[in-house]
Design a protein around this ligand. Sequence first.
Ligand code: HEM
Length: 150
Amino acid sequence: MSNCSFCQVIDETLRLGGIAIWLMREAKEDIQYQVPFLSAVHLDENVYNGALNFNPWRWMEPENEEKRNRRTSPFYAPFGGGARFCPGAELARLQIALFLRYFVTTYRLLNEVEKRQFQLRRSLRRLRTRCSRSVLSSSGTEERCRQRGI
Ligand code: HEM
């Protein structure tokens, strides 16, 4: 699952907010090698333009192609690396992609105004249904509906 349609969104989310940046490592003895803290790499302006911005399209840029290799890249390691590389990485990415697909194809995101319009339309539809049902049983209800212009 290296190139699903949601992969850029998943990769960008894991770059900015993955758990990898919180992992701590402690050297048991003094060493002469300096390992950059992962969050410093993931959020480094010299590595990623506008590093603090959520920009899934960055992963489509050819210059980021090599950086994006989560198994080998020193600039992108949301699932750790080396011998401790996360064995659940592909499963996790697949689950996230399935969830996102279900979410965006099943639900519609509305702003406050659209939400209000949606609720009003729904109430009107329900009233219409109720009215058309009660027309059969009660002329009083029919009259009330007529008065309300439904
Ligand atoms: C978005 C979801 C996930 C993220 C961001 C993530 C990230 C990581 C990271 C960064 C490590 C390395 C930890 C370290 O170096 O100490 C790790 C290790 C591990 N992950 Fe995940 N993981 C995810 C999902 C999963 C899933 C779904 C599973 C199992 C089904 C899993 C199982 C493991 C295991 C067993 C290790 C330990 C590997 C070892 O130490 O040899 N992870 N994960």
